[in-house]
Design a protein around this ligand. Structure first.
Ligand code: HEM
Length: 412
């Protein structure tokens, strides 16, 4: 498991809220899914609001919590200022809620929410950059963290500029910058972070070793090139450059999938636990979403693009996150409550520190829901989309219960 020394480990009370609040945002967002029909367009402002509720409240919240824990571990240096994290999550949570209110009800509120989210992310970036400065050995992980943080900064600045355009009448062409914002935050930050962290997390949990690492190194470079090219294509307003950049990014994700296959083939742990099954659904969703994304880039109707986005976000991002929660939370709890007792009394195993039945329910409801709703989007069936969304929502309730169960494990 993580090779953390007490010196670098952030306190449990600091990380826990990111996971608890993140899973609650996930549940609330999935409860709201049935308000959309299968014909929802990504241009609908209600979809934009929902996307931020889900991506900021759940995806970014959990990633920030995981990074608070992982950055010192993988870089082997302490945080520049770990106390920053006590203000990151409240600002992010309140800012997200205000942004959603801004998108859905009162555009004037949007810049205020955007400002709070911006500040919380700037604090996160400041701590990460100052922490990176202490590192001596520049590994792929260090490069990933530097590149992803740069893209996040650009992405949220573009987002904030658009928020000022919508809420305060500042003259910015939202249509021109919207896709650059999406590419910077989802491609440049979320996907690249996943690529960078995979080489640490997947071999560790699956006990893989001795595999060729060239595809992931290549995937990293191609992805960075693709995101930069997309940005350039937006600045010079060239449809051709943007299209080629899109193909480049899809190619990078293809290379990444190839790497996952290589890691899978050398896996020594054969147990199909909740983590492994979640990875299968996550990477299966990515494999399904890539060709659909290609068709969408070639001009296929919007339902194809929406289905690709659905499987990318609700299948790939979500299952990678939920699967890792079942590993990371038990470890944090074990470290906090049991590591001081080692050698003095019997301590539990990590594998016994998550609720197996509830995790199974979470997995099956969510996986079935993602597939059913995805088919609904693809074939424009409202009934299937709403039925799938209801399954996803039930799965989300089990996730919240599981997260709380794991957090309370062994608490006096
Ligand atoms: C300071 C933070 C942010 C602000 C102020 C912001 C603001 C905005 C604005 C104003 C739009 C365009 C709405 C429109 O089309 O009229 C937008 C779109 C979008 N943003 Fe953000 N954003 C921020 C951060 C993020 C982050 C971190 C993510 C992803 C992790 C994200 C994902 C998206 C997506 C996917 C869309 C497109 C949604 C759609 O077309 O349905 N945003 N954002």
């Amino acid at each position: 498991m993580f090779n953390v020394s007490r010196e670098f480990a952030p306190p449990f009370a600091l990380i826990a809220p990111f996971f608890v609040i993140g899973s609650i945002f996930y549940m609330v967002a999935t409860f709201l899914l049935p308000m959309f029909g299968a014909d929802a367009s990504h241009f609908d402002i209600s979809v934009v609001g929902w996307a931020h509720l889900f991506l900021l409240g759940f995806v970014m919240m959990v990633i920030f919590g995981a990074m608070a824990q992982l950055v010192p571990v993988v870089l082997e240096v302490g945080h520049f200022s770990v106390d920053f994290y006590y203000i990151i999550w409240p600002l992010l949570a309140i800012g997200t809620i205000l942004m959603v209110i801004g998108f859905w009800l009162a555009p004037g509120v949007l810049p205020y929410g955007g400002m709070m989210v911006l500040i919380s992310m700037l604090i996160f970036l400041a701590d990460t950059i100052m922490t990176l400065r202490k590192v001596e050995h520049i590994s792929l992980t260090v490069k990933t963290i530097a590149a992803t943080n740069g893209f996040l900064l650009l992405g949220i600045l573009v987002g904030f500029a658009m928020a000022l355009g919508i809420g305060a009448g500042v003259g910015i062409d939202v249509n021109k910058w919207l896709n650059a914002h999406i590419v910077l935050v989802l491609g440049g930050y979320v996907s690249l972070t996943i690529i960078g962290m995979s080489l640490i997390l997947l071999p560790m949990f699956g006990l893989s070793h001795g595999f060729d690492e060239r595809p992931i190194n290549m995937s990293f470079k191609v992805m960075v090139g693709g995101v930069l090219a997309y940005l350039a294509g937006t600045v010079i307003d060239s449809q051709v450059v943007r299209f080629l950049a899109m193909l480049t990014m899809l190619g990078a994700m293809g290379l990444y999938l190839w790497q996952i296959w290589l890691i899978y083939k050398t896996r020594a742990r054969k147990e199909n636990d909740i983590w492994f099954r979640s990875m299968v659904v996550g990477y299966g969703s990515l494999a399904f979403s890539l060709p659909l994304g290609l068709l969408a880039s070639l001009g296929a109707p919007e339902n194809i693009g929406m289905t690709a986005a659905w499987f990318l976000v609700m299948g790939f991002f979500t299952f990678l996150i939920s699967g890792h929660l079942y590993k990371i939370i038990p470890f944090l709890v074990w470290f906090e409550r049991y590591s001081p007792l080692v050698g003095k009394q019997k301590v539990p195993m990590l594998a016994d520190m998550y609720p197996k039945k509830m995790a199974d329910y979470q997995f099956w409801f969510s996986a079935a829901g993602v597939v059913i709703a995805g088919i609904g989007l693809l074939f424009q069936s409202d009934m299937m989309f709403k039925a799938g969304a209801a399954f996803v929502a039930v799965g989300a309730v089990f996730l919240v219960i599981s997260v709380n169960w794991m957090m309370k494990f062994g608490k006096q």
